[in-house]
Every structure is written in structure tokens, then in C-alpha cells.
Design a protein around this ligand. Structure first.
Ligand SMILES: [Zn+2]
Length: 131
């Protein structure tokens, strides 16, 4: 809270300082110095508000992109797959959402990864009491 008040006071003083300089220039050129001061003072806060909003939106977009990249990395799984031509096994990173291919390091054959799923029954161990 105290830090926020100090930052706010700092911003007000900086804006006032810049506005005094602008008003001084306008005064020297015999323009409406007070109007220049007020417009400059308010204008700086309006510009600051829009700039901060832009930065927040940009930061949120970057964070979202980063999260999507992380999810994509987590979706990939490494399997040890034998080559369809020479049967030499190699480690292949597979993404279940994409068509996956790899080149066999042994025979240089281009392989497509075929994913299939099957089910197994879950059984309970039989309790046998000691006789
Ligand atoms: Zn091969």
C-alpha cells in the first residue's frame, strides 16, 4: 500500500514536471500556458493508461502462447519402434494429434508410425485362505 502511494506520487510529480516544462515553452511563445499544463498533465495519464493496457494484453498473449507450446510438448511421447524394413529399433518422438514419420538411422527407410489401442481386463487377485 505504502509502495503504491509512493509510486503514484512519483508518477504525479513526473507528469507535473513534464507539464511545467511544456507550459513554460508555451508561455515563452506567448500561448495559453495553464491550458497547456492541464492538457499535458491529463494527457500523460491517458497515454500511460493505454500503454499499460497494451502491455498487459501483449503479456497475456505471450503467456498463452507459452502455455500452448508447453501443452504441445507434454502431448508428445517417446517410443522405441522397430523399423518396418530392417527391424532395427529407434527412439521416436510421437505426437498423437499428428501424422508421425521417421527415417530409420540404419537403412534410411522412411517409416510412418501407426498407433493403435487395445484393452485388457482388470482382474482382482483371488483371496485364498491358508488351510
Ligand atoms: Zn531400417
Amino acid at each position: 500500500m505504502k509502495e503504491t502511494i509512493i509510486r503514484l506520487l512519483g508518477s504525479v510529480l513526473k507528469a507535473a514536471g513534464v507539464s511545467v516544462v511544456i507550459a513554460g515553452v508555451v508561455y515563452v511563445t506567448q500561448g495559453p500556458a495553464l491550458v497547456a499544463f492541464v492538457i499535458s498533465f491529463i494527457g500523460q495519464f491517458v497515454i500511460s493508461y493505454f500503454y499499460n493496457s497494451y502491455i498487459e494484453v501483449k503479456a497475456a498473449k505471450i503467456i498463452k502462447e507459452q502455455q500452448l507450446k508447453e501443452l504441445e510438448i507434454l502431448a508428445k511421447v517417446t517410443f522405441t519402434i522397430p523399423c518396418a524394413a530392417c527391424k532395427v529399433e529407434s527412439e521416436v518422438v510421437v505426437n498423437p494429434k499428428e501424422d508421425n514419420h521417421f527415417i530409420c538411422p540404419n537403412c534410411k527407410a522412411r517409416n510412418a508410425v501407426y498407433l493403435s489401442a487395445e484393452a485388457a481386463l482388470v482382474t482382482e487377485p483371488i483371496k485364498v485362505e491358508a488351510i
